[in-house]
Design a protein around this ligand. Structure first.
Ligand code: FCB
Length: 441
């Protein structure tokens, strides 16, 4: 069908995703701010600084999202702003979030609110952060305050963003604060995060019957570098177990898998109304006794694949449908809570966007219940350890001057969102080389 249009379901929602520390600016009361100011932690010694200035003026970017025809936006609440010291709530901060969420509603944009996206209040860090089991009641107490203050404007709640990434980056690879490299501690952290998710699920539902609560799970494929080598397969299996399988086994099936434990996880079982997928790329894994990943393996890249900028991995759109098909087994509504690529000159993003959305379309045709897609991200933001060097925005940002320059991808994404479809005209205009691939014949 050389001229087919790929239509999305009529109630499908198009959005963008963000996180408080990456966009708000001057989040001085969290552990990331402290980490950024230590020498050698962030690429080129950069800091988040004013970020995208959302604390003072998120509304200017909400206008841009609305002008693009977007109907949903994912943002996160900064715990360190809301609970400035243990039990001490800053009501003015909650009022500011209320104003932002009202601003979204006024523009016809439905908010999705994440309650934890990598950043922790400094007071929590001083108490041992997520290694301390008390974090479970602390998190619930904070969540309760947020839901009381903002629940009139929010239905879609995302408790915690990527517990697996937080635990891996902070406690195995040591690239995020606190820079620990210790698998047993990582397992404690992940387990506490999943328990906190379960407790937050109940807290939110106690306040609001209408809430729909989930979490954002990052799925990354670990495929054996050489499928014929049993040791590569074993190394890939171990990484898949740790990174992809432990989280959902706990919060859906109600079972702790190693290294989190082994046995029933009754307190967190069935604590999802929907599941969120953050999907970026895949790794090929080779067994290596001196490897950097837990001393067992090393990541290699498929030389035939197209590399992403900044060593971020390979362009692997097929992974999006693979991940969605895995999640479909849970029988829950799915939101794609993040997907995007780093690409300053936008020479790959239009093609990447079209290829990923085509995979999404195919998966939806197979009756996988995907409800929305949130592109990461609207405007370049502070990309954690990579600082400002890995720009993921549909819109380019100069963080010094706060000047915004839309990339071609923002027009493409806007056209897809407005038309709720990928048309042959969009392929011709943005990635003509894809026409024979997606529309053969
Ligand atoms: C995800 C994070 C998000 C952003 C993207 C690029 O793992 O959730 O904050 O850094 O990667």
């Amino acid at each position: 069908m050389p001229n087919a249009t790929f239509h999305f379901p009529p109630d499908f929602k198009w959005g963008v995703a963000t996180a408080s520390h990456q966009v708000e600016g001057h989040n001085t009361n969290n552990q990331w701010w402290a980490w950024e100011h230590q020498p050698g932690r962030i690429a080129e010694g950069q800091t988040s600084g004013q970020a995208c200035d959302w604390w003072l003026n998120a509304e200017a970017d909400f206008d841009r999202a609305a002008a693009m025809g977007l109907t949903t936006l994912r943002l996160s609440i900064e715990w360190s702003r809301v609970e400035v010291a243990p039990g001490q709530i800053d009501t003015a901060a909650l009022e500011r979030y209320h104003e932002m969420l009202q601003g979204l509603r006024d523009r016809g944009i439905e908010p999705m609110v994440t309650l934890h996206h990598f950043s922790d209040p400094l007071w929590l860090t001083e108490k041992g952060g997520w290694t301390n089991p008390d974090v479970v009641p602390y998190f619930s107490r904070y969540v309760d305050q947020v839901v009381q203050a903002l629940g009139d404007l929010v239905t879609l709640w995302c408790t915690i963003n990527e517990p697996n990434v937080y635990a891996t980056m902070g406690y195995i690879l040591g690239k995020f604060p606190p820079g620990t490299q210790h698998i047993r501690t990582a397992a404690i952290v992940l387990r506490n995060m999943l328990k906190a998710h379960g407790a937050a699920y109940r807290t939110i539902h106690q306040r609001r019957d209408d809430a729909q609560v989930g979490l954002a799970h990052n799925i990354r494929f670990f495929d054996p570098a050489d499928p014929k080598r049993i040791r590569d397969r074993a190394a890939a299996w171990i990484q898949d177990l740790w990174f992809n399988r432990t989280t959902l086994a706990a919060v859906w099936q109600g079972w702790w898998l190693p290294p989190l434990g082994f046995g029933p996880a009754l307190s967190v079982r069935r604590t999802l109304d929907w599941v969120g997928l953050n999907y970026y790329t895949r790794d090929l894994v080779a067994f290596d006794r001196k490897g950097d990943i837990a001393g067992l393996a090393r990541t290699v890249h498929d030389e035939t694949a197209e590399p992403l900028d900044g060593g971020y991995g390979e362009l692997y759109p097929k992974g999006l449908s693979r991940a969605l098909e895995q999640l479909a087994r849970l029988g829950l509504p799915i939101h794609i809570t993040e997907n995007g690529i780093p690409d300053a000159d936008d020479d790959q993003r239009p093609r990447a966007l079209l290829l990923h959305l085509h995979q999404l379309w195919r998966t939806i045709q197979n009756n996988v219940p995907v409800k929305s897609y949130y592109h990461w991200t609207l405007v370049d933001n502070f990309e954690w350890t990579e600082g400002w060097t890995l720009p993921f925005g549909l819109i380019e940002l100069d963080p010094q001057t706060q000047t915004r320059t839309p990339r071609p991808s923002s027009d493409l994404y806007s056209a897809i969102a407005r038309g709720n479809a990928i048309t042959p005209e969009l392929l011709d205009a943005y990635a003509p080389e894809l026409r024979p691939v997606l529309l053969p014949g």
